[in-house]
Design a protein around this ligand. Sequence first.
Ligand SMILES: Cc1cc2nc3c(=O)[nH]c(=O)nc-3n(C[C@H](O)[C@H](O)[C@H](O)COP(=O)(O)O)c2cc1C
Length: 328
Amino acid sequence: MARGAAFLGSEVAIMAGAMSWVSERHLVAAMSNAGGFGVIACGAMTPELLDAEIAGTKALTDKPFGVNLITMHPALTELIAVCARHGVGHVVLAGGLPPKGSLEAIKAGGAKVICFAPTLALAKKLIRSGVDALVIEGMEAGGHIGPVSTSVLAQEMLPEIADQVPVFVAGGIGRGEAIAGYLDMGAAGVQLGTRFVCATESIAHPKFKQAFIRASARDAVASVQLDPRLPVIPVRALKNAGGELFTAKQREVALSLDEGRVAMTEAQLQIEHYWAGALRRAVIDGDVEHGSVMAGQSVGMVTKEEPIAEIIAALIDEAAHALDKRAA
Ligand SMILES: Cc1cc2nc3c(=O)[nH]c(=O)nc-3n(C[C@H](O)[C@H](O)[C@H](O)COP(=O)(O)O)c2cc1C
C-alpha cells in the first residue's frame, strides 16, 4: 500500500469513494482522521455550497482529503477554481471522460487528478493525457455502474497500467482479504463506498443504515434500461418500490423525447436529476421505500453501525493476515 498511501498522503491506501449526500464533511473528515482518504461528493452542489463544504471539512481535519467532481456539471470550471482556492490536493473526476481543458485546469490549481477508467483503451488514453492516478470500478459497486465485474477489470487492466500510474480498485470490496488480493495483482490501493455508509460518523438517515444492515448481496440490483433510444447509465441500489418509480420516470422521459418536447441531452440530464433527488429522499429523509437506496453487492458484509476507525482497522487486519499467510 506504500505507493498508494504516498500518492494520497494518507496512512493507508483506502479511499472512501464519494457518495452523494453521504460523503459530506463529517464522514470525509472522520475517514481522513482514521488514516484513510475521504472524498467529498460534490454531486450537483453549486460552487458556493462546495466552498462551504470544503471549509467545513478543513475545520474537522488537518489530514488530506479529496473532492469528487462530476464532469457534466455545468459549473465544472468554477468548481475546479473553488478546489484550487482551498488548496485541495486531489480532485476525482467522475461521470465520463474529462472535458477539454479540465485536467490542465485542475493541475494548474496544484491538485492531482484521479479519473475513472472504464476500459483499458481509455485508461491508456487518460494516462497519455496526464492523469495522475486511475480508479477501476466494477459492476458490483453501488451507485452508477459499468457493465464489467471488478475481478475481470483488475485482471485485464492492472498488468498493463499498474506500473505507469497508481491504480485504485473499487467495487464489491467488503473485507481485507480482497484488498490483499488486488494489491498482490499490482493495485496501489482500493476504493470502498458501501462498507462506509453505516459508519457511526455517517449522517445517512437511521432507516438508510438499517436497510443496509438488513440487506444481502442479492438485494443490491442494477436498474434496467426501458427504452433502447434513451441510454441510461445503470444504477445499483436495494430493490424497493423506488425501482418501479424509476421505470415510470423513464417512460415519461421517453414519451417527451418521442413528442419532441426535449432533446436527448436534456432527457439524460432529467434522468440524472431524478437519481440525485431519489437518493436524497432515501439518505436524508429516510424514505427507503420510494427513494433510491444505492448500495453495492458488498452490502451483505455490512452488519452493524461502527466507528470508521474500527472499519479501517478490521480491513487492515484482514489484509495483513491474508498477506502473512501467503508469506508463511
Ligand atoms: C450511496 C452511494 C452513492 C454514490 N455516489 C457517488 C457519486 O456521487 N460519485 C461517484 O463518483 N461515485 C459514487 N458512488 C460510488 C462510490 O464512490 C464507490 O466508488 C463505490 O461505492 C465503490 O464500490 P462499493 O460500493 O462496492 O464499495 C456512490 C456509491 C454509493 C453506495
